[in-house]
Design a binder for this molecule. Structure first.
Ligand SMILES: Nc1ncnc2c1ncn2[C@@H]1O[C@H](COP(=O)(O)OP(=O)(O)OP(=O)(O)O)[C@@H](O)[C@H]1O
Ligand SMILES: [Mg+2]
Length: 207
């Protein structure tokens, strides 16, 4: 299984929201998916516990790599949700195991400041593999000044904004039921699902 690490040391950046929707999105596309929760708060696993077995299946893998649910094998994706404040050896270890790292960032002064240092250290760890880092603008409309500010901030790192996910109650509402925007009726979630397309394309292009 190839793994995607979802990381940002800033609390509340949208890591868990992004991770569970990514897992559900991959599952809805027919991929084998496992969710690994490195956060002691276990938010992603809580979400998985609420998920109905009638929805596209996602198994869970512990931080020690041990699985439950029996769907993990050599193919498919493992989506790794990580805690706020992840740094040092633990971060380096998680990054080393990942085929790609996705970093949700909200376009606020405080979020960008906290994320900057992290991006620098991440790029140091990955060196030539920096192509495997992608930014996701979280809770932002791409046509706004906030999005432009985020892009201007990111030019110093030469990292791509893979997509923007807009601020909508659909994310928290779906989470209450162990669901994602991919589990909602298409006529309700079409706009959200379109915003996710570049993420899947980016993953398809990973080495
Ligand atoms: N696109 C979005 N639209 C609306 N609300 C969102 C969106 N993304 C995240 N949220 C909300 O923002 C809050 C923080 O999100 P989340 O818990 O995913 O962040 P986190 O980075 O995992 O936090 P922590 O660092 O505490 O683990 C949650 O209440 C979540 O519902
Ligand atoms: Mg979280």
């Amino acid at each position: 299984m190839r793994s995607i690490l979802v990381a940002n040391p800033k609390g509340g950046a949208g890591k868990t929201t992004f991770a569970v929707n990514l897992a559900a999105g991959l599952a809805s596309r027919g991929a084998k998916v496992a969710l690994c929760d490195l956060d002691r708060q276990r938010s992603a696993l809580q979400w998985l516990g609420l998920r109905s077995s009638s929805l596209p299946g996602i198994s869970s893998v512990g931080g020690d790599g041990r699985g439950t649910g029996g769907r993990e094998g050599s193919d498919g994706w493992m989506v790794v949700d990580s805690p706020a404040g992840l740094h040092g050896k633990n971060l380096a270890h998680a990054v080393k195991l990942a085929a790609g790292v996705l970093v949700p960032v909200q376009p606020s002064l405080f979020d960008m400041a906290a994320t900057g240092e992290f991006l620098s250290s991440l790029m140091g760890t990955l060196g030539r593999k920096r192509r495997s880092i992608g930014i996701v603008g979280m809770r932002v409309d791409p046509r706004t000044r906030a999005a432009a500010t985020l892009e201007a901030f990111l030019t110093q790192f030469e990292l791509p904004v893979i997509t923007y996910l807009r601020d909508t109650q659909m994310y928290p509402n779906a989470a209450f039921a162990g669901q994602s925007v991919f589990d909602a009726p298409e006529y309700i979630a079409a706009r959200e699902i379109r915003q996710w397309e570049p993420v899947f394309r980016w993953m398809d292009d990973l080495d």
